[in-house]
Design a protein around this ligand. Structure first.
Ligand SMILES: NC(=O)c1ccc[n+]([C@@H]2O[C@H](COP(=O)([O-])OP(=O)(O)OC[C@H]3O[C@@H](n4cnc5c(N)ncnc54)[C@H](O)[C@@H]3O)[C@@H](O)[C@H]2O)c1
Ligand SMILES: [Zn+2]
Length: 269
């Protein structure tokens, strides 16, 4: 949040001043500090005001993570897993037997996870800075994640929302792109190994989530565009990696993936 706000101010002040990002969360090291996108949330929605402003440099020091709360560390691994799913099946395979040790913060392993995730994000952004096309693949899991965050009044953290969003969108991908069910199960297992949720929490009505997803900037006339993988590490080729999904299909997936009673408290999130 600090990096997004500082980045947005640096982009706006005197029409732009140089900026160095020094991320202190795993999520910011592997994702938010890379790529130049900066934005702040307004009451009306997420990331409504922002700019693209590349930092001169990004310094990620794993020593900063020593004090990070465990739940925030887990959040970061949602984006590391995402990097594996969209562009690096080798990273995904590397993570599978190492989740427990990564959560213990072994420095050498953390450094490798950060390094490999940064490379995925940087190589995608290098080719498409302004999301004309390929950059949209970074949104895997995020259309549903943003809906979860907004519908919960931002009580679901970004990383947890992305974990659930990836599972929902991977279910959509099974029908839309032929994403293998066995790989969907591996995704669910890996997220669970990082202590991340894989089901839509009770208390958030699927209808409300679907409405929030429709407000996404990629939505129009009962259909919304999603960045869906073909397989682990592989997105559809070409300049547009997204596919249109009907709101009915989204609702069905959300209903199938919701756990527990429909309306207990949100405080347990
Ligand atoms: N701009 C982008 O491209 C981009 C990409 C992904 C996510 N984001 C945004 O990033 C935000 C989430 O960022 P986040 O996960 O870094 O959360 P955050 O910035 O909200 O930080 C989480 C918590 O950890 C604390 N904290 C931070 N560093 C710490 C440290 N080293 N030790 C102890 N406590 C520390 C913070 O004070 C805060 O309470 C979301 O709003 C998301 O939308 C932006
Ligand atoms: Zn994200």
């Amino acid at each position: 949040v600090t990096g997004d706000l500082a980045g947005f101010l640096a982009a706006s002040w005197h029409r732009g001043v140089p900026l160095v990002q020094v991320p202190t969360t795993l999520l910011a090291m592997v994702d938010a500090a890379i790529g130049g996108k900066t934005a702040v949330n307004l009451r009306g929605g997420k990331n409504l005001v922002g700019a693209v402003h590349q930092p001169l440099a990004v310094y990620a020091d794993t020593a900063a993570l020593d004090t990070l709360p465990q739940a925030r560390l887990r959040d970061g691994f949602a984006e590391v897993v995402k990097a594996g799913v969209i562009a690096d099946a080798g990273l995904f395979r590397w993570l599978e037997p190492r989740a427990a040790r990564l959560l213990e913060r072994r420095p050498r392993l953390l450094t490798e996870a950060i390094d490999r995730s940064v490379q995925v994000k940087a190589s995608v952004v290098r080719r498409d800075e302004r999301e004309a096309g390929r950059r949209a693949m970074l949104n895997f899991g995020h259309t549903v994640a943003h809906a979860l965050e907004a519908a919960s009044g931002y009580r679901v953290s970004h990383g947890r929302a992305v974990a659930i969003g990836m599972v929902v969108e991977a279910h959509l991908a099974v029908a839309a792109t032929g994403f293998p069910v066995a790989e969907l199960e591996r995704l669910e297992r890996l997220l669970a190994a990082f202590g991340l949720p894989t089901r839509v929490p009770p208390g958030l009505a699927p209808e409300r989530l679907a409405r929030a997803a429709r407000r996404d900037k990629k939505a129009r006339r009962g259909r919304t565009r999603y960045a869906l993988p073909l397989r682990l590490g592989r997105m559809p080729a070409g300049s547009d990696p997204t596919r249109e999904i009907s709101d009915t299909d989204l609702l069905e997936a959300l209903r199938g993936l919701q756990t527990g009673p429909r309306r207990p408290k949100l405080t347990s999130l």
